[in-house]
Design a protein around this ligand. Structure first.
Ligand code: PEP
Ligand code: MN
Length: 336
């Protein structure tokens, strides 16, 4: 249930509502919007809405029928805009996060970071901890990778997004990352979701490869209900019977998520297709479908990349994508 306060409601009236919620053994979740305060009531509630409607300052009480609450448009109608280093995610401007799948060496990450910065990229991606199907594959440079990422940040001023794979690493990764990436394989690692939910750092939550849209939103709830409101949803393709692509990018998930949720939605066509030639067309389609930005694997020398080279754009391809995105944004009334 969501309690919508009147635009001019007082602090006293708000605390009256909070007191009532706690008296009923439920948990309040306060969201202060531009115009009004909205209070979510968390917990199994069959409380009578009239109990709240009678309190001064309450405009209305809305029951949220969907299983996801805090992420839903019913709970919050206005888009959530997340600010990182002066970059806004979820606003009218689309954001392109780009970089290699993995941090391979100090030189590699520094070089690509400088190049991408010159191309106008503001958020660099690069994994230090890599979830790999095979334990014999490169697992990432781990702490060394984080060190290099820190150096890149100091040198370039870029913000960075990097994956965190376990609760124990949240603090360490959080010292460097501007955005935590939760990978597809960890979308339902509930203790990890709770741990990042207790931080105040933005979290990009990737859709699990066998997860429904509803399951993705339920995972977002784990982060939101622990207090962290800065969640970014990411469509990165799901597993289907189709074998010609690595995953099947679910384009319909983009407008669907935008309809169901106020959270920003980012598309990852690199993992969504797994084929370099398909990354730009699918990425452009995602923007036309309403995505707030893209997460793109870019490598200075994809054929020698340690991981995911086959789906990484080289620099000329990435540059072409950026200029095409400019034209698309112009046509659809968005900025880049
Ligand atoms: C990645 O971004 O490199 C990655 C491992 O992605 P996913 O979790 O979507 O497979
Ligand atoms: Mn990858």
């Amino acid at each position: 249930m969501v309690i919508v306060m009147k635009p001019n409601s007082t602090l006293k009236e708000i605390s009256e509502v909070l007191k009532k919620i706690k008296e009923l053994g439920l948990k309040p979740h306060v969201s202060k919007g531009k115009e009004r305060t909205i209070i979510g009531v968390i917990g199994r509630s069959n409380a009578n809405p009239e109990l709240f409607e009678a309190i001064n300052g309450v405009e209305k009480v809305v029951r949220i029928l969907s299983p996801f609450k805090l992420s839903s448009r019913e709970f919050k109608n206005e888009n959530t805009v997340i600010k990182i280093n002066g970059v806004e995610i979820g606003g009218n401007k689309i954001v392109v996060m780009a970089g290699p799948c993995a941090i391979e060496s100090r030189e590699q990450i520094l070089e690509i970071a400088h190049t991408l910065k010159e191309m106008g990229v503001k958020i660099l991606r690069g994994g230090a901890y890599k979830p790999r199907t095979s334990p014999y594959s490169f697992q990432g440079l781990k702490e060394k990778g984080l060190e290099y990422l820190e150096e890149v940040k100091k040198e370039t001023g870029l913000a960075v997004i990097t994956e965190v794979m376990s609760s124990e690493d949240v603090e360490k990764v959080g010292r460097v990352a501007d955005i935590f990436q939760i990978g597809a394989r960890n979308m339902q690692n509930f203790p990890l979701l709770e741990t990042v939910g207790k931080t105040d750092k933005p979290v990009l939550l990737k859709r699990g490869m066998m997860a429904t849209v509803e399951e993705l939103l339920m995972s977002a709830e784990y982060i939101l209900s622990n207090g962290n409101q800065r969640v970014i949803l990411c469509e990165r393709g799901i597993r289907t019977f189709e074998k010609y692509t690595r995953n099947t990018f679910d384009i319909s998930a983009i407008p669907l998520l935008k309809k169901l949720s106020h959270l920003p939605v980012i598309a990852d066509p690199s993992h969504g297709t797994g084929i370099r030639e398909l990354v730009s067309p699918v990425g452009k389609s995602a923007i036309v479908s309403g995505a707030d930005g893209l997460l793109i694997e870019v490598h200075q020398d994809p054929s020698n990349a340690i991981s995911d080279g086959f789906q990484s754009l080289d620099l000329p391809m990435f540059s072409k994508l950026l200029s095409e995105l400019r034209a698309i944004c112009n046509a659809i009334g968005r900025e880049i």
